[in-house]
Design a protein around this ligand. Structure first.
Ligand code: ZN
Ligand code: ZN
Length: 266
């Protein structure tokens, strides 16, 4: 009720640029309505992966129904055909009356592979393969001289007792993650579980706050946003999480709240 119950959908807004949106969880419906209230008629959508909680809002994202609205979609994958096919599984006339090929907006597709910087709509981006069943892409995005990372869904890049959180050096995969995040001002990171719950669900592809903090510290990040709360986490649990991390300074730790706006500062 107080922290929000929608699934992943994050808008990034650079000065003078069109909106860039990460994922189309159920939060996409409200975002689409608010975007229609602004004069722009183009945007970039980037998907981390195609699990339902990141796609389900797409058929309810009203800009895709506005003739002439330019919706540029970027997905992890190898070909534009593959990208189109993955999304059209949800928009095939069975799960929703709309079909992808019938959308009146100008929808275009492109793919991203990890390891090479790329540009969309004036933003500079890069992708990193995360640790999630079936794969997921994490992103960094730069504009206006600041850098933000969107890292969900992912499990830690080390087993318990190894790597950064164990106080040992980073594992090779953690080294790559830390390098990827270095220079970021703000990092949004999957912290679905508390640590004890994670230890019971290590193969589920999600992380916990202590791990995100250790990674952010190693990367020298100023500000960490705890994101992708467990569906069963209620307001009191999220209040407790916010209280627990409130005094933390390096990095500063914020618990994501639905509808919240924050300014990324260098
Ligand atoms: Zn997922
Ligand atoms: Zn998810």
């Amino acid at each position: 009720m107080r922290w929000g119950g929608n699934s992943s959908c994050v808008q990034v807004q650079g000065d003078g640029l069109a909106p860039l949106v990460f994922d189309m969880g159920t939060g996409a419906r409200g975002l689409g309505m608010s975007l229609l209230g602004s004069p722009g008629r183009e945007l970039d959508l980037l998907f981390s992966h195609f699990h339902m909680d990141h796609v389900f809002g797409f058929p309810f994202f009203v800009p895709i129904y506005v003739p002439g609205y330019k919706v540029r979609i970027t997905v992890p994958g190898y070909s534009v055909e593959e990208a189109r096919e993955k999304l059209s599984r949800y928009l095939n006339g069975m799960f929703h009356p709309t079909r992808l090929r019938d959308l009146p907006s100008e929808v275009s597709f492109s793919v991203v592979r990890p390891g090479a910087p790329f540009e969309r709509g004036g933003y500079l981006l890069e992708g990193l393969q995360l640790n999630h069943p079936g794969g997921a892409m994490g992103y960094t995005v730069q504009a206006d001289g600041v850098k933000l990372a969107y890292i969900t869904d992912t499990a830690p890049f080390a087993r318990p007792g190894e790597g950064l959180l164990a106080g040992e050096g980073p594992t090779p995969r953690e080294e790559a993650l830390v390098r990827f995040l270095s220079g970021c001002d703000t990092v949004i990171f999957d912290t679905m579980y508390e640590q004890a719950a994670y230890l019971e669900r290590m193969t589920w592809g999600h992380s916990f706050p202590e791990y995100a903090v250790a990674v952010a510290q190693a990367a020298g990040v100023h500000e960490l946003v705890l994101f992708h709360h467990a569906p069963e986490a209620d307001d009191d649990q999220l209040d407790a999480r916010a209280d627990y991390w409130r005094g933390h300074t390096a990095p500063r730790v914020i618990v994501a709240r639905e509808g919240a706006t924050m300014t990324v500062e260098g």
